[in-house]
Design a binder for this molecule. Sequence first.
Ligand code: THU
Length: 135
Amino acid sequence: MKEKMLIEKALAAREASYSPYSGFAVGAALLSKDGRIFTGANIESASYTPTICAERVAFFTAIHQGVKEFSAIAVVGGKAGESVSAYCAPCGVCRQVMAEFCTGDFEIVLYDGKSPKVYTLNDLLPERFGKADLS
Ligand code: THU
């Protein structure tokens, strides 16, 4: 099952989180339409602003490798050093990055350590601003 596999990859990616300031570790696993998986974890900075979310690390890694079509992402987060025990929904900036590269049916899989919850981009960012608005 696609969701389970993506969650496992996101949990493994979370191990590489660099989050000494928030103590909140996030992992993401992004599935491209051609079946490849790109992972990411959040990376923080002492000056805070350069901090990047796990989701954007996964997206930008894929895009830099020439991959721009995606079907799903799993996101897991929670207190660093502990197991995931609550859902961690993508922040607004990451939702906007998803909107740049994904269609409304793009799936966002969340996990609380027990059961997955699956949303679409349409669910999480309705009425979004995008490239069509600039054409
Ligand atoms: N974070 C993510 O990696 N993804 C999200 O969608 C929400 C927040 C990170 C950013 C920061 O390093 C930490 O979680 C606390 O906000």
